[in-house]
Design a protein around this ligand. Structure first.
Ligand SMILES: Cc1cc2nc3c(=O)[nH]c(=O)nc-3n(C[C@H](O)[C@H](O)[C@H](O)COP(=O)(O)OP(=O)(O)OC[C@H]3O[C@@H](n4cnc5c(N)ncnc54)[C@H](O)[C@@H]3O)c2cc1C
Length: 458
């Protein structure tokens, strides 16, 4: 008899943890597991803000699928369609002809994508914050803006370079802004002539609260904390336009900004709509409490792309977060094995435990089982919790080393923006720019280099 084939679409939280569990529990020759993902690694997204801020080396927050899933087949490329009808999926590798993959059991877990709105200029100038590449690019970009501002006397250029706008007050937006502001404020001591007052950090949020994950009280506390740090928090405000990097807000304010980060929510990956998967009104895959795609016994889905009933809150669905994704993966793998072996399956049930968020070095906010924590204890809990959750001993150790080294050495302030153009040396140079105005650095209003801002070096 042919060995059953299990296809896992997406090697993120749900995909990787499901494959890990299957690889551990499957008997020899019981099934073949194939994982297809755009990347060859899983990204531990809650550490992206710290990777962007340079507290953790970027490569340490991603897990190589080929190493951890050494009993699975890994395919790198894009799944373009999943069909239940004939149990096949279409796959486009990064190079070479397209493939049709036949399967007996299916796990659909391509997660979510940023929910882009039709704001003029957003697609041209905005940057998301969901991938390690975006986190690295943003770090290089922010440090690059400090370099630009410190190297020109032009007040317009300086103001534009030092204005950083983040849209969306969920944990991705708030953590990214808070960590990067903290990094930039710390880095300023190496940029002669720049001070904290020269920078503008703005958080734009459409509703009247931020960080809904930590509850309304902690959300309000976070707003106060950010404002105390000089960060402008604009509640009940929309981004109207970003054309030509000119930011127009719904409260009427207009200004130029070189940096626009868009973290205003996510929507299910459009792949789930490309085949015959049953979807709900929000475009999520309809699954039953055992995580089976409705009306099938062979297809499963979970994570950000699925409408998983929340049995602890009847009538509601699990929110898209890692806490659910990891636990759903465990149930999903067990139920898939049960389906394979003809055993009964169990429903997914998890009561949301709360959330932790980092707001920069030694600063955080948390709400765990109704207990509210703020400042250092919350920050410590954030680090400890996520370190224990980070897959593989190897990555845990490396992250711990990064943090330990960070206690003794300052953070790197190098902008490696040039890695985005590795072939620049080989392309003809553009025509020379007009000569710069003859201004003495003294006329730029350079100040004495300020001393270190903190007692603990990074
Ligand atoms: C910055 C940030 C911070 C966060 N912090 C927290 C936090 O503190 N706590 C928390 O609980 N949650 C947090 N989250 C949310 C959490 O990371 C997600 O809910 C979780 O990753 C969802 O898991 P998933 O498996 O559904 O999707 P993902 O982990 O996103 O995995 C989807 C995978 O599918 C792959 N894929 C996509 N399309 C295709 C395709 N067409 N073909 C093949 N592969 C494809 C992707 O490459 C990816 O590897 C955070 C998210 C972000 C962005």
């Amino acid at each position: 008899m042919a060995v059953p084939r299990i296809l896992i679409v997406g090697g993120g939280y749900v995909g990787m943890y499901t494959a890990l569990r299957l690889q551990r529990r499957l008997r020899r020759g019981e099934a073949l597991v194939t994982v297809a993902d755009l990347d060859s690694y899983m990204t531990y997204q809650p550490f992206l803000p710290e990777a962007a801020a340079g507290s953790i080396e970027a490569r340490h927050v991603v897990v190589p699928l080929r190493r951890v899933l050494n009993k699975c087949q890994i395919l790198s490329g894009r799944v373009t369609q999943v069909r239940l009808g004939d149990r096949k999926a279409e796959f486009t590798p990064h190079q070479g002809p397209d493939l049709t993959i036949a399967y007996d059991y299916l796990v659909v877990a391509p997660g979510s994508i940023s929910r882009l709105l039709p704001v003029p200029g957003l697609a041209e100038h905005g940057i998301g914050f969901k991938t390690i590449e975006e986190a690295i690019a943003l770090r290089n970009h922010v440090l690059g803006r400090l370099d630009i501002a410190a190297s020109t006397p032009d007040p317009e250029v300086r103001r534009k370079a030092l204005t950083f706008v983040f849209v969306g007050g969920g944990y991705a937006g708030v953590e990214a802004l808070a960590e990067l502001e903290d990094m930039a404020a710390d880095a300023l001591k190496y940029f002669e002539g720049l001070s904290r007052e020269d920078m503008r950090w703005i958080l734009v949020e459409a509703t009247d609260r931020i960080l809904p994950e930590v509850g309304p009280d902690m959300g309000r506390w976070t707003v106060l904390q950010l404002r105390e740090r000089g960060i402008e928090v604009r509640m009940g405000t929309l981004l109207k336009s970003a054309e030509g990097r000119r930011i127009v807000l719904s409260d009427g304010e207009e200004f130029d900004a070189d940096t626009l980060v868009w973290t205003a929510g996510v929507k299910p990956n459009p792949l789930v709509g490309a085949g015959d998967l049953p979807l709900d009104k929000k475009g999520r895959i309809r699954v039953d409490p055992c995580l089976r795609v409705h009306d099938t016994g062979f297809a499963f889905a979970a994570g950000d792309c699925a409408a998983v009933p929340d049995l602890t809150r009847p009538g509601e669905f699990c929110p898209p977060n890692a806490q659910h994704a990891v636990r759903q993966a465990r149930t999903l793998a067990d139920n898939l094995l049960a389906a394979l072996r003809g055993h009964s399956q169990r429903p997914y049930r998890h009561k949301y435990a709360g959330s932790v968020a980092s707001l920069g070095l030694y600063k955080g906010v948390a709400q765990i089982y109704g207990r509210e924590l703020r400042g250092f204890p919350a920050w410590f809990m954030h680090r400890t919790y996520h370190l224990t959750r980070m897959p593989t001993f190897n990555k845990k150790t490396r992250i711990l080393m990064d943090w330990t080294l960070g206690l003794f050495f300052p953070r790197e302030i190098i902008s490696l923006g040039a890695i985005e153009e590795p072939r620049k040396e080989f392309t003809p140079p553009p025509p020379p720019p007009p000569p710069p105005p003859l201004l003495s650095p003294l006329l730029w209003g350079c100040r004495r280099r300020p001393g270190p801002r903190r007692s603990v070096s990074r």
